[in-house]
Design a binder for this molecule. Sequence first.
Ligand SMILES: [Zn+2]
Length: 306
Amino acid sequence: MSQNNLTEEDYLRKHLEKMEKTKPTPEPLAKQKDNSRTTDLQYQAFDCSLFPCGMFYPNGATIQVRPALVKEIQAYSMVDDNNFPDIIDKMNDMLMACVRVKYSDGSMGSYLDVKEQDRIYLLFLIRDLTFQQGMYLTVNKTCACKNEVQIELKPANFVYFKINPKLEKFWDDYNKCFSLEYRGQEFSLTMPNIGLQKSFTEYITEEVGQKKDPNLSFLKIMPFLLGNRNNMDTKEIKEELKNFQSLSMDAFQFLNSAITHMKFGIESLRKVCSVCGKEIHTEMTFPNGASGIFVIHDAFERYFEE
Ligand SMILES: [Zn+2]
């Protein structure tokens, strides 16, 4: 599947579809008893500005990443490739285990502070730290010169969405958001944190559990307007829903259109053809599904080929 090409609406739709079909998932293994230790030495610091949503983090922040332990990969390996919420949950569990944020004043944050659209990038960083060199996932693409090019899924080959120039002029670098004024109303748009996404997922689960239809337009737009929050309870979300429903028609149309420009994350894969020297692009997909990021599907065959 090609998760990165899903729009927020697709995500919500899939989420709602799946929720009706799936039972609550058991507590992930990674959250159970922790019987192995990791030390600070295993963490590698990456400058936030390198990430697809780099511009949205405070200046000087780093994201610290460590390799995954076997028990974490075991927990991830149980991911249901056909169940979108389960994929997001398992990915989040992996980030919870292996990722932390360090701010320039020395304070620490967790994966909940990470921008949602940086999740995939971070998973590939964890993967690179975990597996030996050369164990890349690859996508094949035939170049115009007929050469079959293998494109490795690694950060160096990732192409990010470029910032929309119409939006760029509203960038407020101090607050790390786009500040838009519409007929006297101020709106600050930023990319939602994973923590906020989790709060919204809980809210949706509650609504559906009570046989209510969540307001999809609210769920699509509101996370971009909630600044850097990484946690909200249902009561606060319902309060925001009231505000959202009291927007004027014009303000709603303006916001609905503005957020279509909030495209950040990994757009595609890129590699230079070794025969003709041209750059080849292909869409970001996961060979062997989302589980394939940490599960070596042909490990059995590989062993006997060596
Ligand atoms: Zn070529």
